[in-house]
Design a binder for this molecule. Structure first.
Ligand code: G3H
Ligand code: 13P
Ligand code: ZN
Length: 306
């Protein structure tokens, strides 16, 4: 069934588990995610970035998500991740997304407030909920500029939520996007004290971006078949679970899916060099996505909550 992101997150917040947000831009990744959600009876947020929209076109992405939701027994929401382009955000609000993110976190505080408030007004009129970000999550990918982590200030977070009326808040507590999150051995550490301070001063569901685990086994598998990935540390499961106990209700994962998909495609091309059928190449990658998402849902504690 097609779901309301806000309801999913309020339920998660009350139940002290987190809903998984997973990024997709093609059918196989989406189907892998949905297969995992169905198997574990977990609610899931299907997310597209603006670059996914540029790649596939919004109508295709909406149709894929709605088609999946129509036949799924579990709740599936559709979310715009890291919205920065007002035109794309408006289009998402009017195209049937359950929620949108306005990411003006790179802007000065007052401008972030103004931009977020504007999107909240537009979105709420259509029954769409809004995620905003305060502080900056590190890392660089298409949707996010190269950034240094700028930790969220708890007092500013309280003021930001009160003034903007946003429904969920993405917080910067040490994570980065992409495969290289923490530099230096033993550095994989979330600022859980800071999270506690933010939680005390805000009541809405909190969101953790850059939450991929970056499994060494998957990195090794991808490397075995030619990927040039360096050793890296992702977010340890135990710290993620502690963050969930302390108020994180939505956990974003993209990189883990990319690594799993990439490793599976490379393996098939290596093992079956004479096979040119896209279904034989992408089918195992879809299964690999399913396995990764299942693993994530178990860590988030959202199995059986759908
Ligand atoms: O959080 C953002 C994504 O991991 C980056 O996604 O390359 O689709 O823009 P993108
Ligand atoms: P990862 O790069 O850790 O998967 O984070 C994804 C994300 O935050 C999407 O918004
Ligand atoms: Zn993100």
């Amino acid at each position: 069934m097609f779901a309301d992101t806000k309801k999913l997150l309020e339920k998660a917040s009350a139940g002290k588990y987190a809903v998984g947000h997973f990024n997709f831009s093609n059918m196989e990744v989406l189907q892998g995610m949905v297969q995992a959600a169905e198997k574990l009876k977990a609610p899931v947020i299907l997310a597209t970035t603006e670059s996914a929209v540029q790649y596939a076109g919004m109508p295709y992405l909406v149709a894929l998500a709605k088609t999946a939701a129509q036949s799924a027994k579990v709740p599936l929401a559709l979310h715009l991740d890291h919205g920065t382009d007002m035109k794309i955000i408006r289009e998402a609000i009017h195209s049937g997304y359950s929620s949108v993110m306005i990411d003006a976190s790179h802007e000065p505080f007052e401008r972030n407030v103004r931009m977020t408030k504007k999107i909240v007004q537009l979105a709420h009129r259509q029954g769409v909920s809004v995620e905003a970000e305060l502080g900056t999550i590190g890392g660089a990918e298409d949707a996010v500029r190269a950034r240094k982590i700028l930790y969220t200030n708890p007092l500013k977070a309280q003021e930001f939520v009160e003034r903007t009326g946003c429904d969920f808040l993405a917080v910067a507590i040490g994570t980065s996007h992409g495969a290289y999150k923490f530099s230096g051995a033993g550095k994989a550490k979330l600022q859980l004290d800071l999270l506690q301070e933010i939680r005390k001063r805000t009541k809405i569901p909190l969101v953790l971006h850059g939450a991929s685990r970056v499994s060494p086994a998957l990195v090794q598998e991808a490397r075995k078949y030619g990927a040039r990935l360096k050793d890296a540390q992702g977010v340890p499961d135990a710290q993620l679970q502690q963050a969930i106990r302390q108020g994180i209700s939505k956990v974003n994962t993209d990189t883990d899916i990319r690594i799993a998909f990439d490793a599976a495609v490379r393996k098939t091309l290596h093992d079956q060099p004479k096979d040119i059928d896209p279904r034989h190449i992408l089918g195992p990658a879809r299964d690999a996505v399913q396995r990764v998402v299942e693993q994530r849902l178990r860590v988030l504690g959202s199995g059986g909550r759908g």
